[in-house]
Ligand binder design. Structure first.
Ligand code: SAM
Length: 274
């Protein structure tokens, strides 16, 4: 029996008109739409006069819904996956289902469409390769590691942040990177769309005056220095690790993680430390 196809369908991130003709055609043709919040998706479907059965597929029910959706695909039914906004599986549920469907050899078709961080990058005028973090980590230890990665990375760092936390995140960034250029993209494609671009301390001053509301993407330009690491500090850290009984191999592993430098570069910097 012919099996169905899983379609991954991006939906608007603000302006309801940002919905491709193909996305509409696919949603109108499938047997079932898997979505995060059925009420939210219904609004979009009503706007485009699409009537389809919905099944909820959200973060907390992801694993348990997979079998149900697999059953439909096995029976030859087509299923579309949407999220509340933007591209499914980008900081949204989807990966568990998509990887399972792929592993069973069932067809997956992803439609191109709206995605907040891609639009933010296009509009910023910032150049070069980037690393997308998703939501900025909330846990203290992970956040600290991320700040270190951002300060060392020569690539632009891109992340999602909530309006309630943006001030604190920028304050932490400004402790070490107050001159680094950043862009805050807010409410993309909505009435109050806004881009604030400048050094961290300049943007912080704006945000201190008017705390931002709505949805936010943050872009932090990469480090322009070839190496942002203080070599003396690095050597001191290596010596401490030796005193604590670490082997050279372990030290290289720890420092590679902490600094993001390659093992070869670290090896050359620390070659004379015994
Ligand atoms: N899947 C979505 C995508 O493709 O961009 C992202 C979903 S994630 C749960 C939601 C976050 O994306 C928001 O908290 C915000 O950081 C960002 N976001 C979504 N829509 C946005 C918009 N219109 N303007 C700025 N940021 C937006």
């Amino acid at each position: 029996m012919k099996r169905g196809t899983l379609y991954i369908v991006p939906t608007p991130i603000g302006n309801l008109a940002d919905f491709t003709i193909r996305a509409r055609e696919v949603l109108a043709s499938v047997d079932m739409i898997a979505c995060e919040d059925t009420r939210h998706t219904k609004k979009l479907l009503n706007y485009y006069k699409i009537k389809k059965p919905l099944i909820s597929y959200e973060k907390f029910s992801e694993a348990s819904r997979v079998n149900e959706i697999m059953g439909m695909l096995e029976k030859g039914q087509d299923v579309a996956l949407v999220s509340d906004s933007g591209t499914p599986a980008i900081s949204d549920p989807g990966t568990i289902l998509i990887s399972r469907v792929r592993s069973e050899g069932i067809r997956v078709e992803a439609l191109p469409g709206p995605c907040a961080f891609i639009t933010a990058i296009c509009a910023s005028g910032f150049d070069g390769p980037f690393r997308f973090i998703g939501f900025f980590p909330r846990q203290k230890g992970l956040a600290k590691k991320e700040f270190l990665k951002i300060s060392l990375s020569q690539e632009m760092s891109v992340f999602y942040e909530s309006p309630a936390r943006i001030l604190k995140t920028l304050q932490s960034l400004s402790e070490t990177l107050s001159e680094r250029e950043i862009c805050i993209a807010r409410e993309i494609s909505k009435i109050h769309e806004e881009y604030i671009i400048g050094s961290v301390h300049e943007v912080l001053a704006v945000i201190n005056r008017t705390p931002p509301r709505g949805e936010i993407v943050v872009l932090v330009k990469g480090s322009s220095q070839r190496l942002d690491v203080d070599e003396d500090l690095l050597r001191q850290r290596a010596k401490k690790l030796i005193e604590s009984g670490y082997t050279k191999k372990d030290i290289l592993r720890v420092l590679t993680e902490e600094t993001l430098l390659s093992r070869n570069v670290l090896y050359r910097m620390l070659i004379d430390i015994s």
